[in-house]
Design a protein around this ligand. Structure first.
Ligand code: HEC
Length: 151
């Protein structure tokens, strides 16, 4: 590819990336995919913890992913992506926006517990790592109890 053409292609890609503001629909779709991924990572770690797959190092990758994804969890719920927006399908409760401090605390708790899990996943105390997994699970459940419509 010659230089001019390459520059043109790069400029086009940049323009697309910059102009694509996420819509409420795309954000809700993205956060559901993130939540599904949380579930898969938890399941994968569970398989290691239960000894179905004796590869503790693999669980570290899942634990790192959970901790990394938890960092932007709070940003997945901007105004206009709740039940008051009739053009989207969401199980997010209005309380997320009417009780922002409580929701922020639930997000923080998940960030703290997943960070601990990730840290322990790189250590040598496998029992401590195992014991941390249900604590992460509880922080998922606590947020769902308060802020997600029951299935
Ligand atoms: C701080 C709050 C919070 C935490 C922490 C949280 N969730 Fe969620 N979760 C939600 C909300 C709110 C929804 C509904 C999202 C929607 O429908 O827009 C949801 C939806 C889901 C869904 C359904 C996704 C879909 O496809 O509709 C799954 C699965 C899920 N969460 C799993 C988890 C797991 C597993 C964890 C922990 C590892 C977790 N969540 C942690 C708030 C949370």
């Amino acid at each position: 590819m010659n230089r001019t053409l390459l520059t043109a292609v790069l400029l086009t890609l940049t323009a697309v990336a910059v102009s694509a503001e996420p819509t409420p629909e795309s954000i809700v779709a993205y956060r559901k995919v993130n939540m599904d991924a949380y579930g898969k990572h938890m399941k994968a770690i569970g398989m290691v913890v239960k000894g179905e797959v004796e590869r503790p190092a693999w669980a570290a990758a899942d634990a790192d992913a959970l901790a990394a994804m938890a960092k932007h969890l709070g940003q997945l719920f901007p105004a206009g992506t709740g039940p008051d927006n009739k053009s989207i399908k969401t199980e997010a409760k209005a309380d997320i926006w009417s009780k922002p401090a409580d929701f922020a605390a639930a997000v923080k708790s998940f960030q703290v517990e997943t960070a601990k899990l990730a840290e322990l996943s790189h250590g040598t105390d496998f029992e401590a790592f195992k014991a941390q997994l249900p604590k992460v699970g509880k922080s998922c459940g606590a947020c769902h109890d308060g802020f997600k419509v029951e299935d």
